[in-house]
Design a protein around this ligand. Sequence first.
Ligand code: SF4
Length: 442
Amino acid sequence: MKDKGMSEEEPLEPPSTRPLLGAVFSEAVPHIGKGVYRKRKTLTVIPFKNNSILPKFRCSQNTLSFRKRFYPDLATTAWNDWRWQLQNRIQDEETLRRLLVLSEDELMALSDPEGRFPVAITPYYASLLSSEDPSQPIRRAVVPVIAERVLSVGEAADPLCEEHDSPVTGLVHRYPDRVLFLVSDYCATYCRYCTRSRMVGQGFGKRPKWRQWENAIAYIAGTPSVRDVLLSGGDPLTLSDENLEWLISRLRGIRHVELIRIGTKAPVVLPQRVTPALVRMLKKYHPLWMSIHFTHPDELTPETNQACERLANGGIPLGSQTVLLAGINDTVETIRRLVHGLIKIRVKPYYLYQCDPIKGSAHVRTSVDKGLEIIEGLRGHTTGYAVPTYVIDAPGGGGKIPLLPDYIKGREGDDLLLRNYLGHIHRYPDPNGRSGDRPWVH
Ligand code: SF4
């Protein structure tokens, strides 16, 4: 039966564990308002108290120059503190205008009062954006354009019908043995093609949803078939260590939950979040895996490298998830550079997703042929570990469907005819098989 949601206010504290209580989200991350700069080309920052001692975090030359230019008075310790990065997210046209030369298209989208989906970019990720070129791939991934307002055939707010498979609020139970636990609707940086744009950044996620979390945990505890829990959102790593541990420790306490996974983009847009303290906490709850959302090789910076190194050294297996996007990463060369870079930082390229038909996504969606062409350009041409699985998450809630180029070319007698990565045909003796028969022969 579906939980229709909570009518009462969520409590401010976790229901049963005061000792684990961390800073509630609304205190930790107040929203910045408009007019946050005081003089041209430097941005005023929200006063930030950092009482904790953070270990050193290496910064790239590019990021250092950006900081010197736009935040000249800011201490390195503040820049390298993930809470400062969240407090100072860039969320409005005026602030973005200070950092980038905005195109007409971007300006129209940013000033649109009916803008469909909020804008937020961490100062760190902003440092990677081209100030002059609106067609730069990672800029296109986070700065809105007016095409987002165009609704095309087949698009929907919830194309995967996640709400339909939600037995309690914030939990999607589609496959029998695993659940998707949407623990937050808040992200450090909002991607313009987000599958959950119907809910993320909509302002409900400023603090933990204790009651909702308790209901979801109770459902998992009462459903012995669930052996795998994927924490996602929004981004679970925007929660405090204490609140995240509250969640993970309870899931780990459920006997039939074998695997806990976290889906996050934090190592890419907020690498400072991966502190030694976070890794120390996470490694108490193994087996714990992490899927990291990468879009483009420009995201493979020294900072992201460092975040992934800390996670990998903590024994957390890392996989990447990448959405195939027109004009952003839809060439063999771009994806090859990305997967080669990922392997070097110990992240296994896991999924390449066909972009979901969310509302206003036609301008970033590619043909399926393009995805097959990319897989064809990788398989056999590079290390097998570097080749992700290309999938379509079937609209209507059909789940992930893998797609492969057609390597079976037919059958001659008892021989199966196979095409290799160079296009050569090879035979395999397969006397009892039917593969390669024309479908209408079956
Ligand atoms: S990080 Fe994930 S959940 Fe957040 S906006 Fe991007 S795609 Fe959506």
